[in-house]
Every structure is written in C-alpha cells, then in structure tokens.
Design a protein around this ligand. Sequence first.
Ligand SMILES: CC(C)(COP(=O)(O)OP(=O)(O)OC[C@H]1O[C@@H](n2cnc3c(N)ncnc32)[C@H](O)[C@@H]1OP(=O)(O)O)[C@@H](O)C(=O)NCCC(=O)NCCS
Length: 428
Amino acid sequence: MNPSVKIIINDQPLELPAIVGSEGEVGIDISSLRDQSGSITLDPGYGNTGACTSAITFIDGEKGILRYRGYDIAELAQKSTFIETAYLVIYGELPTPNQLSEFSDLLTENQMLHEGMRFHFEGFPPTAHPMAILSAMINATSAYHPNLINKREQRFSYHAARLISQVRTIAAFSYRKAHGLPAIYPKTTLKYTANFLHMMFSHPGEDCELKPELVKALDLIFLLHADHEQNCSTATVRMVASSRANLFASASAGVCALWGPLHGGANQAVLEMLEEIHQDGDDGTKFLNEVKNKSGHRRLMGFGHRVYKNFDPRAIIIKNQCDKVLEQLHKTDPLLDIAKKLEEIAIHDDYFISRKLYPNVDFYSGIIMRAIGIPLDMFTVMFAIGRMPGWIANYKEVMEDSNSRIARPRQIYTGPNIRSYTPLDARP
Ligand SMILES: CC(C)(COP(=O)(O)OP(=O)(O)OC[C@H]1O[C@@H](n2cnc3c(N)ncnc32)[C@H](O)[C@@H]1OP(=O)(O)O)[C@@H](O)C(=O)NCCC(=O)NCCS
C-alpha cells in the first residue's frame, strides 16, 4: 500500500500521497495541496522541499554518505577516473571497455572550439573573471549549433561530449587570455585532465611537464565534484531546462549560479581567507573569534553545508590527497598549516559543533590547486569543469521525464494592497 499523510488545514482534513525513495526517504506529494486547500507551502531556501525525483546521486547528510548511481564516492575516488565517472553519472552504468573508448573518442573529436569562437575571447577585458568568460562562452556555443533542440539520443550524446570536452578548452583559453598568453590547442594524444594542464601551462614550442601525481590529483578533484544532487547550480540547470532551453544555455546558467561565494566560489574564498589570516600574522585564533562573535559578519569559509551535518565525505578524501600531493612535491605550505589549525580548533569548538559545521570539500581543494599552479580566480572554474557531468545528467533527466513541467514556484505576496495611481504633480 502506498503511504499517505493526513493533515488538517483550516479544519479541513486532507490526505496527501507520499513517495518513498529507494533509500527510504519519504516525500509528501503536495502537488494537489493548492487545489484541495487553497494554500501553498512556504520554504525559503528549499531546505525541506524536494523539487524532483532523481536517480543520479544519493546523499545522506547525517551519515556523510555520497553515492553516484549507487557507487560510493570513496570507492570511485580510489578506483575510477573523472571520465569514467562522468559516463557513469550521465548514462547510469559504468561503461564497458568499448563504451569508454567510444566516449573518450567523442570527447577528443569535440575538443576543438569552433574557430569563430576564438574571436569572442578578444572582446573580454583582461580583468574579466574567468567564470564570466566561461558562462558567456558556454552559452555562445549554442549559437554554433542551431539544431540543438533535436533530442535524438545520438545528438544528445554528441552535445554532452562536446560540452564536457569544450568546457575544459574554454577554461584554459580564458586563463591564457587573462594572462596575455597565446592559446594552446588540445592534443589528441593526451587524456582529459592531462590535456587541460597542457592547454593551461605549455608554451608554443615547449610542452609543460605533466607530473602524474598532479594530473591524478586534479582528476580526483574533478571526480569529487561530478555531481551533488539538487544544489543551487544543479537546481538552476534543471529549472532552465524545464523551460526546454538547450543544453548549453542551461549549463551556462549553472555556471552563473555556481559562481557565488556561498556555493562554488567558496574554494576561492577559502584561499583568500587563509591568505588574509597568514598576512595578519594570526594563527587562526583571532579570525575564529571574529567569526564566532559575528562582529565582522565573517564566516569560516569551507565550513558548513546545507546537507552534510556530520561530515562531508569528499573533504576527507581531499584532505588526504592534499597531504600526499605536498609530500610528493616536497612542498610545504603555510596556508595548509593554518587550515589544519582552523579545522582543529573549529571541530572542538561549541559554536561549530552545535551548528553542525564541519569542513566541506572546498576547505582543502584550494591548497591542492595552488600546489598545481592554478591561479586563484580559476578555482571555481575547476569546480565547473568537474560538475559538468552532473549538470548534463540532470538536464537529461528533465528532458526524458514525460511528466516534467516548467518549474514555476509560487510566492506569498506581502506588498501593498490595491491603491490608486497618484499623478506626478499631486505627489508630496
Ligand atoms: C554552506 C552554507 C551556505 C550553508 O548555509 P545554511 O545551511 O543556509 O546555514 P545557515 O546560513 O542557516 O547557518 C546556520 C548557522 O550556522 C552559522 N554558520 C553557517 N556556516 C558558517 C560558517 N561557515 N562559519 C560560521 N558560521 C556559520 C550561521 O551563521 C548560522 O548561525 P546562527 O544560527 O547563529 O544564525 C554555509 O554553511 C556557509 O556559508 N558556509 C561557508 C561557505 C562555504 O563553504 N560554502 C561551500 C558549500 S560546499
């Protein structure tokens, strides 16, 4: 028997159906609530609102569980690669060797930007933030593919591969442009992450050294970001997709949503915070006191999560990787010492414990990226590259759902009641 929930609104008893997810999560289906009662629900920030059913990613924030298509993130981090995981996230199953090689070939075939797109880069000022360029250029890609509305599976696979492959090329070109460096084209012989580092750091006539441990570390960062259920940017992608906008337009909106410091911009904000603490000669204690007494409206960036209330499983993987990378490079980083000190104090401090604030994935990822040589303003771009498979998978889910409707929330109006227009010369 399907479960249901009985509620009383204005003395009227109502019975609402409930949906149980494959991990036992219960959602009360309120789609008939307004018709039945005249009322709507109000949930600013959507902390208690499910906007869809989805078979892509499962998170249990209390237990610190994250699974893509049923596979635990720690197992994927240890055994898979970003591209294999991207296939899994988009198509639902781990690829066979043939499928993986076809997918990789499709990525390689699509890695070059349309030559016309190169001229768009020239229009941006040298001070442009790479996230602004990324969002604009992903959207501009739609202009080169007027038949995007065609939803045949073959075309979808093609556009999905194009997006995953080209986001990396666009990202590298925007870095080169911002630093006044000539664009470096991708190589067909290099794998995804190595190719990205090549486009970032090689010079015409001189290829950069691709240290395997750094390629692996960045590949892991991409993999750990591949999807994260209905966060702000993914929900944005789904919302835009619900209007039947094309894949590139939807992903471009995702980039904009990701940019903010409370979301993907947090990795940049963490490093800026650590640098500030370092420059102040503080060991973190003074800064944490400011955070706790809320005097400067500061937050401990890289801490806290809307869903994880115990620990973020990605943070543990990334912290271990961070130690490994610095050890392999024989590097020390004073910012890593400050980060560890902040974490040590915060996880034992009642302010953070009582609010269930723990390190999230962004707390340590920036230190790895810094060790790789990725500049600060490219950190969120790295997140966007990693998140692309998740956005594509969510876009696909919206498009394939025959019951999908345009996303259109309601509101409770709190403005003035009806009043008459006062002519300009009669206003005080
Ligand atoms: C992620 C985040 C946006 C989640 O926000 P949320 O679920 O809406 O939580 P709230 O903003 O309601 O915060 C709840 C309480 O914890 C406090 N809090 C939340 N995150 C905090 C942080 N990083 N540092 C200090 N205090 C924090 C809030 O001030 C609030 O305290 P109060 O109850 O005394 O008012 C929030 O934790 C944050 O801003 N973290 C820092 C940015 C970050 O790392 N983002 C990356 C997420 S992957």
